[in-house]
Design a protein around this ligand. Structure first.
Ligand code: FES
Ligand SMILES: [Fe+2]
Length: 391
């Protein structure tokens, strides 16, 4: 992969938005942030899985104590995948010739080589932090910044219900981030969702749009009429915080934290946490059952049904909106050709998003400190009654 250089043309500048490898401008920028890389429930103690983040293969494993670790994807000896080996205590042993590594990446044993050789071998390892049903990783170099999450208060409600989901799509991450900055799409992509609880919240009216840079990212305000104002807060560089209607009529609205995490330039995992205040034991049980029944859905598993047969899921909350966004995003190709697009005035959010990314990439390339983004202080300003779905 070639290292990005100062762009000389608009097409080159547009290209810098979607490359995420270690030698690219966006790759360097994204490596300054924590990213969710797996659902906690996917990884039992003593197990390992391969993990792709920003074009790199990594090994995510949980020691027998339950603590997660993230180390290089390939063994440095003859390069086989480390996750196919065995977790032993807090270490992982390679399947091929038994080299054993600890969670900091230090080789502890190389059975056919000896202790002296083992002591000289180290693989990359990255900090991880488990929170809200997800394992987050910091893929940068040097000291990791303190782990921080958008609007921690709503994700740390006492007795609140929390659900985490993941969907992996075969397209570039930036298409999905741009979708979050595109309030007009709600009136079209999600038209088929104008039923039930959503009907009260979403209308086909085209919104008046406002986008503001905040300390955390971009605030998006879409006004579709008196009493129908949707505010969502997007956190730099890839997380959106939205509120969506409850599971059933009268149920509390749901705070959603939604990350678009690049696995590589043509694959993105959407990591989502849903936080719902607890109400009654009956409602809590019903909501929990709903997530159990409908939460395990990925539109990528239904690609041909969606594209060739126009068959959409019937569940409107977790499945339909996801399937609709999937069709719009995958329809742009694996990597959208932005050099051939025709933006209009309603694309102000996308324009602002790109400007912020370019500004921060320029800072890195020129050796200047980028903006110090801070998390949003609380959820008080996000309307939860008139907000419509987005994302
Ligand atoms: S390839 Fe891992 S020990 Fe040989
Ligand atoms: Fe959407």
């Amino acid at each position: 992969m070639s290292r990005d250089t100062a762009p000389t043309s608009v097409a080159e500048r547009l290209g810098h938005l979607h490359h995420t490898g270690p030698a690219t401008d966006m790759g360097r920028l994204l490596r300054r942030f924590w990213h969710p890389v797996a659902l906690s429930r996917e990884l039992r103690p003593g197990k390992a899985k391969a993990c792709r983040l920003l074009g790199e293969t990594m090994t995510l494993y949980r020691g027998e104590s339950g603590r997660p670790y993230l180390v290089a994807g390939h063994c440095p000896h003859r390069r086989t995948l480390l996750h196919t080996g065995w977790v032993q205590g807090e270490d992982i042993r390679c399947i091929y010739h038994g080299w054993k590594f600890d969670g900091a990446g230090q080789c502890r044993e190389a059975p056919a080589e000896g202790a002296e050789t083992a002591a000289k071998i180290r693989v990359p390892a990255w900090p991880v932090h488990e929170y809200a049903g997800m394992i987050f990783a910091w893929p940068g170099e040097g000291e990791a910044p303190e782990f921080s999450l958008l609007r921690k208060d709503v994700f740390e409600r006492p007795n609140g219900l929390m659900f985490a989901r993941a969907e992996t799509w075969r397209c570039n991450w930036f298409q999905l981030v741009e979708n979050s900055m595109d309030a007009v799409h709600v009136s079209f992509v999600h038209r088929a969702g104008l039923v039930g609880n959503f009907g009260a919240a979403v209308s086909g009216a085209l919104p008046l749009l406002e986008y503001l840079e905040t300390d955390a990212g971009i605030r998006q305000i879409a006004t579709r009429g008196p009493g129908n104002v949707r505010v969502s807060d997007w956190t730099f560089p890839n997380c959106n915080h939205i509120v969506v209607p409850g599971v059933g009529p009268g149920d509390p609205w749901i705070d959603v934290g939604h990350w678009n995490v690049p696995n590589d330039d043509e694959t993105t995992t959407r990591m989502m946490i849903y936080s719902i205040p607890s109400t009654t034991p009956e409602a809590d049980a019903r909501i929990t059952a709903y997530f159990g029944e409908f939460g395990d859905y990925n539109p990528a598993d239904h690609h041909d049904d969606l594209f060739d047969r126009g068959i959409y899921p019937r569940d409107v909350l977790l499945q339909l909106t996801s399937a609709q966004d999937y069709v719009a995003a995958l329809g742009q190709d694996a990597i959208a050709d932005r050099s051939r697009e025709r933006l209009g005035k309603s694309d102000a959010g996308i324009v602002l998003l790109r400007r912020l990314c370019w500004r921060e990439m320029d800072a890195i390339r020129e050796g200047r400190p980028g903006k110090l983004w801070t998390r949003l202080p609380n959820s008080a300003e996000l309307p939860t009654q008139n907000a419509a779905l987005a994302g």
